[in-house]
Design a protein around this ligand. Structure first.
Ligand SMILES: *[C@@H]1O[C@H](CO)[C@@H](O)[C@H](O)[C@H]1NC(C)=O
Ligand SMILES: *[C@@H]1O[C@H](CO)[C@@H](O)[C@H](O)[C@H]1NC(C)=O
Ligand SMILES: *[C@@H]1O[C@H](CO)[C@@H](O)[C@H](O)[C@H]1NC(C)=O
Length: 408
């Protein structure tokens, strides 16, 4: 081969590999074509009156916001919906989550004041650039009636490319909610997202968590086997299926199944979620037992390993039927909101079964440096936190022998 031809080959190869690299790097940014940008809206719109008010008109809610023809693929009513909530700075999490969860998602978004403009733009942008979000996700807006959602500033995403949209979504650090110190109504948000579900089962997670890519298929298969007939479905209505949660170091390799997880765990690249900030929150899950109870019996079938009875201070994540008690919206104190719900479920005969092989992930270790004020005071004053919880139970009438099991 002549030297010029050789040089030619090398140059072609270099250009080609750069092109491939460029495409790969941008692939996830461009599910739609790179020409897609947001076009200006026709006329300025105001938010119509809320479709529902909750808590004696304290919050206005719009279910299925801008959802005509969106997020409503003809789902099988027999399916699991992923239920999420967050303020507008959590919206970018959907990009990562919908890459692994291909089923229905119901998300409630807290959008007081101008956060509603941002949300309105963000929904258009997310739907334009990420087909999976367009197909699977429905949005429900919540705002306090004292700081009504305001969409007068829409259009800030006009002519942005998908790449810029993702940047904008990540950059929104100071929300109007934070700026005006508007408290985030956790249980209202959870209930609103839950009410937007149209399938038989739900899985509530926090926006920071992530399912594995295979979780959905495994769950569907599992639920189908377990509740094939109507009789079985009735009998299983009070079964809750717990998913252990792990936090994973950024440098850990991909974790697709329990085997991968275990080796990351052995290498000290994964550990139980909140181990440093709130070990008691997940202690009852019994991670040690979970690792030991491997699926030696049938590695192809998901099953439940054991049942948890002592739910003291426990805040697990689980799959349940949609028809279950709602969270109590009167309870707003941090941590107590979910603990009271656990009591309510147990008091109503729900059973906590831990799934053998599936789990949720949190990217990055939660350590003291990332602790919120609420997390800090709970950690530093655990006894105080717990005695306040007992008072909350009394105050809202969660009393009597029915509830006694949850704090003994
Ligand atoms: C919405 O925000 C704009 C600009 O900040 C303000 O002029 C307008 O009065 C607000 N509308 C309502 C209904 O609060
Ligand atoms: C888990 O995934 C790894 C690849 O990441 C694979 O080699 C292994 O066989 C899988 N284990 C099971 C039990 O599916
Ligand atoms: C294991 O589970 C699969 C899928 O549910 C099932 O088809 C298979 O028969 C089971 N095998 C055994 C040995 O039980």
């Amino acid at each position: 081969m002549s030297r010029t031809r050789k040089a030619g080959f090398i140059i072609c190869f270099l250009i080609g590999s750069q092109l491939v690299r460029f495409c790969l790097e941008n692939m996830f940014l461009y599910e739609a074509t790179s020409e897609d940008t947001i076009k200006p809206g026709k006329a300025e719109r105001a938010l119509p009156a809320a479709s529902e008010y909750t808590q004696g008109s304290r919050y206005g809610i719009h279910y299925f916001y801008k959802s005509e023809g969106f997020g409503n693929e003809n789902w099988n009513p027999y399916d699991v919906t992923l239920v999420l909530h967050g303020s507008v700075d959590r919206l970018h999490r959907l990009i990562e989550i919908t890459r692994v969860w291909r089923g229905p998602i119901s998300m409630s978004v807290f959008a007081p004041a101008q956060d509603a403009s941002f949300l309105d733009d963000a929904i258009d942008g997310l739907r334009l650039c990420w087909t999976s979000i367009r197909k699977t996700t429905s949005f429900h807006i919540v705002y306090p009636t004292t700081a009504k959602g305001n969409t007068s500033n829409i259009g800030s995403f006009v002519y942005l490319s998908c790449k810029d949209i993702i940047r904008r979504l990540r950059r929104k650090v100071k929300t109007d909610a934070a700026e005006k110190s508007i408290p985030y109504p956790h249980n209202v948000m959870r209930n609103v997202a839950h009410k937007g579900v149209i399938t038989s089962h739900v899985l509530h997670i926090d926006a920071d968590l992530k399912p594995t890519a295979r979780l959905r298929d495994r769950l569907l298969e599992f639920l189908k086997l377990r509740t094939q007939t109507n009789n079985q479905y009735q009998a299983r209505q009070k079964d809750l299926y717990i998913l252990p949660v792990f936090e994973v170091r950024h440098e850990a390799g991909p974790i697709r199944n329990k085997t991968d997880l275990f080796s990351a765990f052995e290498k000290r690249q994964a550990r139980p979620y909140m181990q440093e900030l709130c070990p008691q929150c997940h202690k009852a899950t019994n991670y040690e037992l979970w690792f030991r109870s491997s699926s030696s019996t049938n590695i192809t079938a998901l099953h439940t390993s054991y049942t948890v009875r002592n739910i003291r201070e426990w805040e697990p994540y689980f799959v349940s039927v949609r028809k279950r008690p709602h969270l109590d919206e009167r309870i707003t104190s941090y941590g107590h909101d979910r603990l009271v719900h656990m009591c309510e479920l147990q008091a109503n005969g729900f059973k906590f079964h831990v799934l053998s092989d599936e789990f949720l992930l949190h990217h990055g270790y939660r350590n003291k440096a990332t602790m919120s004020q609420n997390e800090r005071s709970r950690k530093e004053q655990r006894t105080n936190f717990y005695s306040k919880f007992i008072k909350v139970l009394g105050k809202y009438n969660y009393v009597g022998s029915k509830y006694s099991k949850c704090y003994h």
